[in-house]
Design a binder for this molecule. Structure first.
Ligand SMILES: NC(=O)c1ccc[n+]([C@@H]2O[C@H](COP(=O)([O-])OP(=O)(O)OC[C@H]3O[C@@H](n4cnc5c(N)ncnc54)[C@H](O)[C@@H]3O)[C@@H](O)[C@H]2O)c1
Ligand SMILES: [Zn+2]
Ligand SMILES: [Zn+2]
Length: 373
């Protein structure tokens, strides 16, 4: 067991601003030793994603207290079985990307090449445990729940081997961290589901970390136009700076009657999905990656889908197999075609995590990184 420092969400649904209500406290936590199929990782950096905020504001109800953070990278310090050499392709000292849905590799969902989220992995995430059901985080013997098998807003984490993908050392920690959620999710939706043809356009609704990752991934395709849609002018300007060919607010894109064969919704609000559906061209695909509250509903014309041969597809974790797809993103980044670092707005200290949640909720940041090194 070691003592670590971590950002623990104590209660759900605290009023804003979080800088005053302070629902997350940075505290000393006991971290148990890793078990056989687990790793101890020293966290270097962790990104602040809307899926963290959704736990804080109660849109996605999870058990508390929970140590948040699910987009992180760090260095492997120890294996659960005590070995120090290579194990399943990972060595002590390797930099690993932590991914927020472990794939068990054995269930029927795991046989779908990434299209369906792993069943035991999803069950563990919902229960706030590691894959296999364990909880390694405690405070005075009381359990602290894991966030999506990672809990990366901390100096160290114990994760299942299936939650870690090694990357070469030339991939810096801030790039590695973003590969684990924003890039895998937004980029994976483009590579694995949208896969635009030359001459087609890709529209992205919602230009936060996930949507911007979809934008930069779509820009890696030759002869593909990229359209960014967000309600905030600053986000439209940021997407243009990254190379988006056209940008619009939801009202502007509706008024202009624009249609695209591949449309990605990365907001997590029903109005944004309605915008995305209306933007989809005949024969096209609306790919939804946003995570609204479970009670959210949208209004759709079924006839529109049939008469125009359109489809609506949900994509979790970018429909990715992380061990297959993270190297694809690393290769694009190394070729200079995927500017992942451009998604970083600022670095914050662990103690400023409540303020970081306010910035994310206000829409004033793309990706903030919590620096733990
Ligand atoms: N499917 C997955 O595996 C997965 C993984 C990570 C995140 N997510 C979800 O993806 C969504 C985006 O995450 P993020 O971290 O990029 O969030 P974010 O808060 O950084 O970005 C959301 C963006 O949407 C914009 N927006 C809000 N309402 C809008 C509207 N009606 N129309 C157009 N734009 C609007 C905001 O201005 C903001 O720029 C969240 O719901 C998150 O929980 C899903
Ligand atoms: Zn995320
Ligand atoms: Zn599985």
């Amino acid at each position: 067991m070691i003592q670590i420092q971590g950002a623990v969400l104590e209660r759900i649904g605290a009023p804003r601003p979080y800088s005053e209500s302070r629902p997350i406290s940075v505290v000393d936590v006991e971290l148990d030793d890793p078990r056989d199929d687990e790793l101890l990782v020293r966290i270097e950096t962790a990104g602040v994603c809307h899926s963290d905020l959704s736990v804080v504001d109660g849109n996605r109800v999870r058990p508390v207290p929970m140590l948040l953070g699910h987009e992180a990278a760090g260095i492997v310090e120890r294996f659960g079985d005590g070995s120090t050499a290579e194990r399943d392709g990972v060595r002590v000292g390797d930099r690993v990307v932590l991914v927020f849905l472990p794939r068990c590799g054995h269930c029927t969902a795991c046989a779908t090449e990434g299209l369906t989220p792993c069943e035991p992995g999803s069950a563990a995430n919902n229960a706030g445990t590691l894959l296999g059901g364990g909880i390694r985080l405690h405070r005075h013997r009381d359990p602290i729940y894991h966030h999506l098998g990672v809990s990366g807003f901390a100096t160290h984490a114990v994760v299942n081997r299936a939650s870690a993908v090694p990357v070469p050392r030339d991939v810096p920690p801030h790039v590695a961290a973003l590969l684990g959620c924003a890039v895998l999710t937004g980029g994976g939706a483009v590579l694995n589901v949208g896969d635009p043809r030359p001459g087609q356009s890709v529209a992205v609704v919602g230009l936060g970390g996930v949507g911007m990752a979809a934008v930069i991934t779509a820009l890696t395709y030759r002869d593909v136009r990229v359209i960014g849609v967000d309600q905030l002018p600053e986000k439209l300007a940021a997407a243009q700076a990254l190379g988006a060919h056209e940008t619009y607010t939801p009202a502007q894109v509706a008024a202009a009657g624009i249609k695209a064969p591949v449309v990605i919704e990365a907001v997590g609000h029903p109005a944004a999905l309605e915008t995305a559906v209306a933007l989809t061209a005949p024969g096209g695909r609306t790919i939804t990656v946003g995570l609204p509250p479970p009670t959210a509903r949208i209004s759709l014309s079924p006839l529109g889908f049939v008469a125009e041969g359109r489809s609506l597809i949900g994509s979790y974790l970018g429909s990715a197999v992380p061990s297959r797809d993270i190297p694809r993103f690393v290769a694009l980044w190394r070729e200079g075609r995927l500017p992942v670092e451009a998604l970083v707005s600022s670095s914050v200290r662990l103690g400023d995590i409540n303020e970081a949640m306010d910035h994310l909720a206000d829409g004033t940041a793309v990706r903030q990184l919590v620096d733990l090194a």
